[in-house]
Design a protein around this ligand. Sequence first.
Ligand code: ATP
Ligand code: ZN
Length: 293
Amino acid sequence: MQRTADSTTSLRIAIQKSGRLTDKTIDLLKGIGLRFDDYKRNLLVKCRNFDVELLLIRDDDIPEYVQDGVCDLGFVGANETQEKGADVTVLRGLDYGICRLSLAARKNGDIQSIQDFEGKSIATSYPNLTRNFFGKRDINAEIVTISGAVEIAPRLEVADAICDLVSTGNTLKANGLEELETILESETQLIRTNKELSSGKKQLIEKFLQRMDGHQQAERSRYIMMNAPEEAVPKIKEIIPSLKSPTVMPLADNGMVAVHTVIPIDEFWVVMEKLKAEGASGIVILPIESMIL
Ligand code: ATP
Ligand code: ZN
């Protein structure tokens, strides 16, 4: 892979072709206004309204493609980037594809703690991360690399234990396994090549990040409108954790005002209850498309 990322002018972004990250990544790209033709049937898809093309590949290949500059950016789990030891820059952490890489062994079996792994075999698709973990603890464990269905390895007596990705833990339970230790917490990340890029591409990345940040901020916020007695405005201002001062407009009814502002979604219910207690009524909440601060 000798091609540099700069031999095209479009920003080339690697995403998972088909799997757990695909829909969320496509939704995110659509959410920031990018439009694509049929991405399900093609490997390389041009964006219709932004200078971007998507390369759809296996998630395992994404860190190396970005490292080598075949792609400028990539959306991939931290688990893959760290397993490959890829030389890339993490631009953003994203709140999907959340999982952990954990050690698990038979429930009530002879492996109950980390020390019990001495001399045992561990099936995993993450040999480097697993080896590093035990190396640091001076424990000799045999790593058996397998590429899928890791959770059935102990039952098939392929290995004594496993090191695999877990989200709910249901798959482990269904296979009679018990989670013993997390060796890595993972989330989807936006990674960037460390190869030198043209100023045109750098500008495109800045624009892309600005859109992503605006979209993420908007997803975490709501536009709120309410009516309130004029004398309650100072209290309302104290209650609302606003980005900036709220808009206050007089209403036809004497002594009443309309208050418009933006609030973080996390504080939504608490703020709502407090506002009602101060006499706010007709409270309307709207989603926000994007926010440029
Ligand atoms: P590919 O064919 O692209 O190699 P895959 O089978 O390796 O696909 P998926 O199962 O689609 O990959 O998982 C993709 C990524 O989703 C993982 O690398 C990880 O970052 C994340 N993920 C989140 N939760 C889980 C989970 N419970 N099990 C596996 N992966 C998870
Ligand atoms: Zn994979």
